[in-house]
Design a protein around this ligand. Structure first.
Ligand code: NAD
Length: 491
């Protein structure tokens, strides 16, 4: 890992000097190659992560093609130096600029649930802004990451500028401790906290994209047919292993019975199986450890009085990692299935009595990644969205904001720090630097040494000129300033 970071550090200055136009051209070539190989890449993702092929195309390949489009369209303007007009009269003889310069080497540690779209969107943003990248993908999806690197190499990214180092958590820890300039971590809260501690010791800037427990709020005027279909998709897509998946569903009491019935009916229709089969809706979970977390949360809820209306068990006939899409009711807010991230195919549903109560339930969580509000009244949906503590709130849809390249992605509370995606994601990949140029470089400044009565009167004049409440005072300030102002010529 140390050698990989050292190679990236050596190669990065030339990559930055190549200029944004050339880097954009390389991203265009990457986009063209990915488009050509879309189905092969999707098959690699499905074989390694298990998700249905259609989802691999929608939530991985399409998302990455669009992230490349975003970088191609925006990087040039984003990296342009930005003038900073000065409002302070005393500083009017200066011009300021903001420069956006790459950090140097960005380390990226990614999870298995979106093994292509997560590392790719972060890598593209880092590369187009002139950084070198060392990527440590999840040990469960190394092949997908290598596929990403191959496409980028073929498009023209030099091998030392982007390196993939495969391995488990200890390899990730080695990346955190290597000489990187910034770290983008996506994964669990527990690992995120460990990384934050290690990063604090050397003030390494980090982005932490961590877990979620996203609430779905179905208000009393929602369309039950639409919202129940949204809930079933939001809870079970990628077998529930999405950071933005619907993990808790709150429904207005007047719609509760009808909504639960629709969710149960639609869940029973889902086809669980091999992701490579085009008819499959829900694939396997990533590994048995993840399945056991889901199983134990469901068992604990049932032991405390929850009812399973559909699912609630493994589907061993299909393979070792299959868990049936599950709808749970009769829950209380102190249950683990409501408080902790489940990250599996479970839809827990509870009733609420009014909007205030729904917002209270939504915010009663350690997490704050995403949320959704379902209503026929857009203004009401937006008003409720403003009150929810989350990085993203969608009205009348869920999860899909991850596919909007212009939207930012990231959480509040235990869901993390910093943002990826969109303009804010690019902003995280650069150091902003302020450069100031004095237009009267041959003159000594009036505020340099030479203090005394005159200087004090002059300063009072300048302050009055700029901030006195009455125009008369300002005029007097101007005269005082002019009367005492003496430009000291450079010797
Ligand atoms: P994880 O934390 O177990 O692993 C994530 C990555 O960190 C892997 O590459 C792993 O090898 C590495 N890692 C493990 N220990 C490490 C250490 N001590 N130092 C450095 N790296 C280490 O998470 P996971 O099981 O791969 O992913 C699932 C989690 O990711 C869920 O909690 C999910 O919500 C979260 N997630 C968040 C987002 C988001 O954008 N907020 C997106 C996807 C997934």
């Amino acid at each position: 890992m140390r050698a990989a970071v050292a190679r990236a550090r050596m190669a990065q200055p030339a990559w930055n000097e190549l200029g944004v136009e050339r880097r954009i051209a390389i991203l265009r070539e990457f986009q063209r190659r990915l488009h050509d190989r879309k189905t092969e890449v999707a098959r690699v993702i499905t074989r390694e992560a298990g998700k249905p092929l259609g989802e691999a195309l929608l939530t991985e390949v399409l998302v990455v093609l669009d992230a490349a489009r975003f970088c191609i369209e925006n990087a040039r303007t984003f990296l342009r130096q930005q003038p900073v007009p000065h409002g302070n009269l005393a500083m009017k003889t200066k011009v300021g600029r903001i420069l956006r310069q790459p950090y140097g080497v960005v380390g990226i540690i990614s999870p298995w649930n979106y093994p292509f779209s997560i590392p790719a969107t972060e890598t593209l943003g880092a590369l187009v802004t002139g950084n070198g990248v060392v990527l440590k993908p999840s040990e469960f999806t190394s092949l997908v990451a290598l596929e990403l690197a191959t496409l980028l190499y073929q498009a023209g990214v030099p091998q030392d500028v982007l390196q993939v180092v495969v391995g488990d958590g200890s390899t990730g820890a080695a990346l955190v401790n290597a000489e990187i300039d910034k770290l983008v971590f996506t994964g669990s809260v527990a690992t995120g906290k460990r990384i934050a501690q290690a990063a604090a010791a050397r003030l390494l800037p980090v982005i932490l994209e961590l877990g979620g427990k996203d609430p779905m709020l179905v208000l009393d005027d929602a369309d039950v047919e639409v919202a129940s279909s949204g809930a079933v998709w939001g809870a079970f897509m990628n077998a529930g292993q999405a950071c933005l998946s619907v993990e808790r569903c709150y429904v207005h009491r007047s719609l509760y019975e009808q909504f639960v019935e629709a969710c149960v009916r639609k869940t029973k229709q889902l086809r669980v199986g091999n992701g490579l089969d085009p008819e499959t809706d829900v694939g396997p979970m990533i590994h048995e450890r993840q399945l056991r977390i889901v199983e134990s949360q469901v068992e604990a809820a049932v032991a405390s009085g929850a009812r399973v209306l559909v699912g609630g068990s493994r589907l061993t006939a299909l393979g070792p990692n299959f868990y049936a899409p599950t709808v749970l009711v009769d829950l209380t807010h102190d249950m683990k299935i409501i408080g902790e991230e489940t990250f599996g195919p479970v839809l827990p549903i509870m009733a609420f009595d009014d909007d205030d109560g729904a917002v209270r339930l939504a915010n009663d969580s350690d997490y704050g990644l995403g949320a959704s509000v379902w209503t026929r009244n857009r203004a009401r949906g937006e008003a409720v969205a403003r009150r929810i503590q989350a990085g993203t709130v969608m009205v009348n849809d869920c999860v899909s904001c991850f596919g909007i390249s212009e939207a930012l992605h990231g959480g509040v509370k235990a869901s993390g720090l910093g943002r990826t995606h969109g303009h804010f994601g690019l902003e995280e990949m650069v150091r902003v630097k302020y450069v100031d140029i004095d237009l009267l470089g041959r003159m000594k400044k009036s505020w340099w040494y030479g203090y005394g009565e005159k200087f004090i009167r002059q300063m009072e004049g300048v302050i009055d000129l700029m901030f006195a409440p009455k125009w008369g005072q300002r005029l007097r300030g101007a005269l005082l300033t002019a009367g005492t102002f003496r430009l000291k010529r450079k010797l």
